[in-house]
Design a protein around this ligand. Structure first.
Ligand code: ZN
Ligand code: ZN
Length: 302
């Protein structure tokens, strides 16, 4: 990579950081979900490192994987599904892509909370103890690749090239930043239709309520019995299991047991198994070991 290209990437990442600050700083001051949370809160530097790591290094790796996935799907024998999809009006195609993409994200995310092999990478994202727009960028690159594949594979199967999905990918990324921000807007019942910070903040509850897996459309959480929306903010964010607090430590920790010299943490608490009907009493799935009843001041869904 030439010096000019490196400087251009640095400039673009710096500009993105500045633009996001200009957009979210006033929002987080005017409509705070947690009033009084300072801009330079604990681990701000760790999350800033994640931000620049994503923009400068890992995003191109994720994109490379996406192109490989697209080529692999294109190499599959055609079942005529692509011709069928392209024969539909554009707005129907857009709706199908949106719904399938959200389904991919929902189930992919839910599995990450269920299986250790996926959770060990996703846990990095859940180590944030302060949520704001910057915390959205705390994500292990393996998690980024996995999530991006889940979001885009359905569209690839329908024959939509990555270029035409660029807008959706960018919008989904922006939405992910928004739902982590320290913002609470009075959108009322609309939060059942549109992913909102209060829903995703509960997903980050330190006591793991196991819900709100959707990114854009919480209707999927409603449909699958994982919608949680208590009327207040969680008491605390993060995870209870021991986890390194440095950038490098968080990048390496998921490989514990795979790389000599990296060992360590206990197995995370997996998602509680849903009931036979998939129903959830009072918005709370069965208690997990070690959970404190005091953390369950909820039961109100809106
Ligand atoms: Zn999660
Ligand atoms: Zn999150």
């Amino acid at each position: 990579m030439s010096t000019t290209a490196i400087l251009q990437s640095l400039w673009a990442a710096g500009a993105a950081f500045l633009i996001l600050t200009v957009v979210f700083w006033p929002l987080e001051r005017m409509f705070p979900a947690r009033p009084g949370q300072p801009y330079f809160r604990a681990e701000w530097l760790v999350d800033t490192t994640f931000f620049f790591g994503q923009y400068l290094v890992w995003s191109s790796l994720v994109l490379t994987f996406l192109y490989y996935a697209q080529d692999a799907v294109n190499a599959l024998p055609s079942l005529g599904i692509q011709a069928w999809a392209h024969g539909l009006p554009w707005w129907v195609q857009a709706c199908i892509v949106l719904v399938l993409s959200d389904l991919g994200v929902y189930w992919g995310h839910r599995l990450q909370h269920r299986y250790d092999v996926l959770w060990r990478f996703h846990a990095v994202h859940h180590t944030s103890e302060h949520l704001d727009w910057l915390a959205a960028h705390r994500e292990h690159p393996v998690d980024s690749i996995y999530t991006t594949l889940n979001a885009n594979l359905p569209a690839f199967l329908l024959g939509f090239p990555l270029e035409t999905l660029a807008g959706l990918v960018a919008f989904r990324g922006m939405w992910a930043i928004y739902i982590h921000s320290n913002v609470r807007l009075p959108i009322g019942p609309l939060r059942v239709l549109i992913g909102a910070p209060e829903l995703h903040h509960w997903h980050h509850d330190r006591h793991r309520i196991n819900g709100n897996y959707a990114n854009l459309c919480p209707v999927l959480d409603v449909l699958f019995g994982t919608y949680r929306c208590p009327p207040h903010e969680p008491e605390a964010f993060g995870i209870a299991e021991p986890f390194p607090r440095t950038y490098l430590g968080q990048m390496l920790h998921p490989f514990r047991g795979c790389i000599p010299g990296i060992s360590g943490a206990t197995r995370p608490t997996a998602e509680a198994a849903p009931s036979a009907t998939g129903a959830v009493k009072d918005g709370v799935e069965p208690l997990q070991k070690g959970r404190q009843p005091s953390a369950l001041k909820m039961g109100v869904q809106s």
